[in-house]
Design a protein around this ligand. Sequence first.
Ligand SMILES: C[S@@+](CC[C@H](N)C(=O)[O-])C[C@H]1O[C@@H](n2cnc3c(N)ncnc32)[C@H](O)[C@@H]1O
Length: 295
Amino acid sequence: MANKNLTKAKSAKNDEFYTQLSDIEKELGHYKEQFKGKVIFCNCDDPEESNFWNYFTLNFEFLGLKKLISTHFEKEKPSYKLEIVKDINNDGKINKLDTIKIPLKQNGDFRSSECIDILQEADIIITNPPFSLFREYVAQLIEYDKKFIVVGNKNAITYKENFKLIKENKLWLGYTSPKKFIQPDGSIKNFGNICWFTNVKRKKHREDLILYKKYYGNENEYPKYDNYDAINIDKVKDIPVDYEGIMGVPITFLDKHNTKQFEIVKFRKGDDNKDLCINGKCPYFRIIIKNKIKE
Ligand SMILES: C[S@@+](CC[C@H](N)C(=O)[O-])C[C@H]1O[C@@H](n2cnc3c(N)ncnc32)[C@H](O)[C@@H]1O
């Protein structure tokens, strides 16, 4: 029990880091057209700290937003929401100065009924949610059939429910990978495994992965799994251009996945429903893909 609490406390501590404005700009710049006329909701954002709030207040008019809402989370007391809808101070511009602060009866938990009401009103949910609640967080977005662009740990790709969505092309990784986050004391923390998860359609498909390695003539570099009829590939850059069969690739493949180039066949398990193995060793956490161009 003590251990469980420690793990919980640790993960809650890891929840307190804030996204840099530059990283938000780099990713959200790709979705400008999709934001026009939309209600944006940042539901894990203390507006005092959040650069998501800053980004959307600075760009409210440029993006042509209909409304911006942010809720602030308090552990044990009622909280508040901030909204921007129109030029209330009549200075001819819509920006931070037009913010309305509205008290909430509840604590701003994204799962609270008040926040769910706002969620239902919103078109796109955009934030960096607490990682310890990521599973529940995404499940709620899916349950309410919402569009979203959220920061998460790449490990979340391996959650069964997320992978199912990725395979069905209902969830994909964003364009960029933020690496540095701001901690409550203002210092910077580096993370090597963070990405964006979204279901907002892209302006254009990713470029094809440029492949140069050949399978034929180098067969010994691509062993077959014991429990699945596919070859193993350790690095995305080594995917052979000339292989028409099924291949297992590392999850970093999803950073580059162009759905027109490759189809995702399955994830992780062989025919025996056990992890993929080569010569009895099973260290392979792989995504099974097939080159569509070769069909
Ligand atoms: C990883 S931080 C990111 C904050 C901000 N979105 C950003 O990127 O700068 C996650 C935030 O979610 C808040 N939070 C924790 N539990 C929450 C909950 N149940 N509902 C809403 N927000 C929560 C935390 O207070 C924390 O500020």
